[in-house]
Design a protein around this ligand. Structure first.
Ligand SMILES: Nc1ncnc2c1ncn2[C@@H]1O[C@H](COP(=O)(O)OP(=O)(O)OP(=O)(O)O)[C@@H](O)[C@H]1O
Length: 279
């Protein structure tokens, strides 16, 4: 555990403990896939301009919770969400809320870089065009998004070339640029570095720390070193087997400042997980 607490990259950052200043908040969030109760009663507030990591063993529901935060689970036919996700004081599951509008404010970056089969330029311009964003100068917007994702210098001379010609790490930064092009204020990241090599991972982690100045980031990661390096707060989930069915339902065990979770967790299960005793 000592080594993980040592790698926390931002030990000097002063953060309020709790309550924090939330941009989003899951309240009594329960998720079902058909009859299967995948996530049980999660209450979790995500602080503005913070990076929150969600960690835990496979199947504990981290990605399911993440996908609730911009209604991506609406696209899964069997999924049913109970409870509320409050975003700027509004429940995004309220009847009159348009999920597409939610996703422009709450963007998402996936595990595998997934650029469109288009030029680098058109990958960035796509979102603003299809959402009908008012854009005075698309060239400026594309440049700004690529600069924001620390990619501009590497691609400025080949904007008309296919995005598929970029390396995996560049493609992931392109996907981040594509996300910020529509000016979200929250960015969800589902294992954003798991398909990248260590150098590309380091660049994306640096970028995450830069993005935190302008956005709120919520990141699912299996990589505890990464959670310790980049996040301000960490939520640890686990899965508990149902006594009758044996199905494993995910739940939140502990949520605290990352420095505390990795140096002095309040729960034995958290300690066992981060010290590698299970998971
Ligand atoms: N589309 C789906 N249909 C049915 N069950 C699903 C679906 N997606 C996830 N599940 C189940 O819900 C539970 C939580 O899955 P989820 O992917 O959210 O966990 P996770 O903690 O992100 O896991 P991992 O770290 O392995 O990605 C698991 O038991 C999983 O099998």
């Amino acid at each position: 555990m000592g080594s993980l607490s040592d790698v926390h990259g931002d030990a000097n950052r002063q953060l309020p403990e709790f309550p924090l200043d939330p941009v989003m908040e899951a309240r009594n969030l329960n998720v079902f896939y058909g009859d299967f109760h995948a996530v049980h009663d999660v209450n979790l507030a995500y602080g503005k301009n913070e990076i929150t990591a969600m960690i835990g063993p496979s199947g504990c529901g981290k990605s399911t919770v993440l996908r609730c935060l911009n209604r991506m689970n609406d696209l899964v036919a069997s999924a049913r969400v109970e409870g509320e996700v409050i975003y700027h004081e509004q429940n995004i599951y309220a009847r009159d809320v348009d999920p597409i509008a939610v996703r422009t404010h709450v963007g998402m970056v996936f595990q595998k870089p997934n650029p469109f089969p288009k030029s680098i330029y058109d990958n960035i311009a796509y979102g603003p065009r299809v959402t009908g964003m008012k854009v005075d100068n698309m060239d400026d917007l594309v440049e700004g998004a690529l600069r924001g994702a620390a990619l501009w210098d590497e691609v400025k001379d080949k904007l008309k070339q296919s995005a598929y010609g970029l390396s995996g790490g560049q493609q992931q930064r392109l996907c981040i640029a594509r996300t910020i092009a529509t000016k979200p204020d929250v960015i969800l990241m589902d294992e954003p570095c798991s398909a990248l090599d260590p150098i590309a991972t380091a660049r994306v982690e640096d970028l995450m720390l830069q993005l935190r100045d302008d956005y709120t980031l919520i990141v699912v990661t299996h990589n505890m070193q990464q959670a310790a390096r980049v996040s301000d707060r960490t939520a640890f989930f686990t899965a508990r087997p149902d006594e009758t069915t044996g199905n494993r339902t995910g739940l939140l065990v502990e949520y605290d400042l990352t420095a505390k979770i990795f140096s002095n967790p309040g729960n034995q299960q958290t300690e066992d997980y981060i010290s590698g005793r299970f998971g």
